[in-house]
Design a protein around this ligand. Structure first.
Ligand code: NAP
Length: 466
């Protein structure tokens, strides 16, 4: 009977792992992402369910209570959180994963020590690493949450001797770790190591600017995966190892993708204190008076109504203005008039990966209208009107043409190659990179100043009488 139970658990874990992998694969396209999410959730339910069959688990009630509390909180937050607050929710969830991995590692160490069992070097190493990485991920994620929720300043927080203090803390953690693995440090050393790692996590994220938090969260996410995998080794649970490795690997890939799309190295994100010098940095001020050409909602409506092809470029301002439904309504009205409407999606538009995809999906924009950067860039020269809605850095030609620009080399949407460009934003204010944008002074560009949702609503009304 015991053998049969073991086999059921082993086979179910393999099935759950396969469901995770296929679920992840499906998350790579907006059209299959929902199905992928469901598949991965089924895998998780299966993994949780069969783990309860494990004869080593004694208290079903505490597990049931934990699952219930977690599920209620999860459902509540998933239903109530604003789309713009999604990055901080991910940070919080990630922090909980890190804390869990660290606490499980410490608890397992205490249990083994009390039972008088000899803790092998391999097991002790997994416990130490699980504690360090989980604790760093926990406090790092809490600081990331605080910055994004504006409970803490979004500016990079730097103070004298910061790097020296971090280096010393890291050294102390290593020394304590070796002491614990050698079998001489005991529980006291592990607790101090735990506390030092919590401190290091906070100190590591404080000097990073609020805008870089999505990349930081992605890094912390991969660390949490690693910590969970190490906990899997400690608990001899293969499912936890597999799930942890998948989280770790996907978090690492996402980090690299985001850094590449911003043309910055991961080290620059972590140690570059981007944004420390405020929004006025590197405005490519040549001293030459440049002309800004303004337009009105009526003229915008006419330009759109008489276009054959329109490409909408959403950016962070679309999220701030919560204009996704309004832009979709305008697009539908244009399509009714026979205008072809597409959306150009830059990989780091907004403030989190897939930000624009999620917002537009919420407004039921058909997936086949969303074009990725590589697909759409070739289409701009044949596009009659590009409507830039709250995007700035991702359409800045300096990234392509000006080697002195801080964003030089970042791939951009080549909207300046379209026939006409209309930019919706509130002012000449800068975007995340804090630099001026030559597109706004281009002779083909017209600026429509105002809140994006308000402007789009008025353009929609004007379109009806155009
Ligand atoms: P952006 O360069 O940050 O510019 C957003 C623009 O939106 C601003 O210039 C702002 O101008 C405008 N805006 C704000 N509120 C608005 C409103 N209510 N109505 C209309 N416009 C409004 O945005 P982006 O072009 O999407 O570029 C994203 C930037 O974030 C990139 O530099 C990227 O590297 C960075 N980033 C992205 C991620 C990610 O994962 N997506 C992660 C980290 C960093 P006004 O103030 O004049 O209105």
């Amino acid at each position: 009977m015991a053998d049969f139970r073991e086999s059921v658990i082993a086979v179910s874990y393999i099935v759950a792992a396969v469901l995770f992998i296929f679920g992840l694969k499906q998350l790579s396209s907006p059209s299959t992402a929902r199905a992928g999410n469901r598949l991965a959730a089924m895998g998780m339910a299966l993994a949780l369910g069969v783990t309860l069959l494990d004869r080593q688990i004694l208290s079903f009630w505490s597990i049931a209570l934990g699952t219930f509390i977690g599920a209620v909180m999860g459902i509540y937050f998933a239903r109530t959180v604003q789309m713009t607050a999604m990055p901080q929710m991910v940070a919080l969830f990630n922090g909980m994963g890190g804390a869990t991995a660290a606490l499980v590692s410490v608890a397992e160490f205490l249990r083994l020590s009390r039972s008088g069992e000899i803790i092998g070097k391999g097991e002790a190493t997994s416990i130490v690493l699980g504690t360090i990485i989980g604790a760093i991920s926990f406090t790092g994620s809490l600081i990331a949450f605080g910055k994004l929720q504006e409970l803490l300043s979004g500016k990079p927080l730097q103070f004298p001797l910061q790097r020296a203090i971090n280096a010393l803390t890291l050294l102390a953690i290593f020394a304590l770790g070796i002491w614990v693995v050698a079998g001489t440090g005991g529980a006291a050393a592990l607790w101090i190591l735990f506390a030092a790692s919590l401190f290091l996590g906070a100190m590591f994220v404080l000097p990073i600017g609020g805008g870089d938090m999505p990349v930081v969260i992605s890094i912390l996410n991969s660390l949490t995966g690693l910590a969970a995998a190490l906990t899997g080794f400690v608990l001899h649970n293969q499912m936890l190892v597999v799930a942890g490795v998948l989280v770790g690997a996907s978090g690492t890939l996402l980090t690299l993708l985001m850094s590449t799309a911003m043309n910055r190295s991961v080290a620059n994100v972590l140690f570059g204190a981007f944004g420390a010098s405020g929004p006025s940095t590197a405005a490519a001020d040549t001293g030459v008076q440049r002309t800004v050409r303004q337009t009105t909602t009526e003229d915008t409506a006419i330009a759109l109504a008489y276009a054959r092809s329109v490409v909408i470029v959403p950016g962070y301002g679309l999220a701030v203005a919560e204009a996704q439904h309004t832009v979709r309504e305008l697009a539908t009205d244009l399509e009714k008039r026979g205008v072809s409407v597409k959306y150009a999606i830059h990989p780091v538009a907004g403030r989190m990966p897939g930000h624009m995809n999620v917002l537009l999906a919420e407004a039921n924009v058909p997936y086949d209208q969303l074009l990725e950067m590589d697909q759409v860039n070739g289409e701009f020269p044949q596009t009659d009107v590009v409507l830039v809605v709250g995007a700035n850095d991702v359409v800045n030609p300096a990234a392509r043409d000006d080697p002195s620009s801080p964003i030089y080399g970042m791939p951009i949407l080549d909207v300046d190659r379209a026939r006409n460009i209309i930019v919706l934003k509130r002012s000449m204010g800068h975007g995340f990179a804090g630099i001026d944008n030559a597109l706004f002074y281009h002779e083909k560009t017209r600026m429509l100043f105002g809140d994006a949702r308000q402007s789009l609503t008025e353009v929609g009304q004007a379109l009806k009488s155009a």
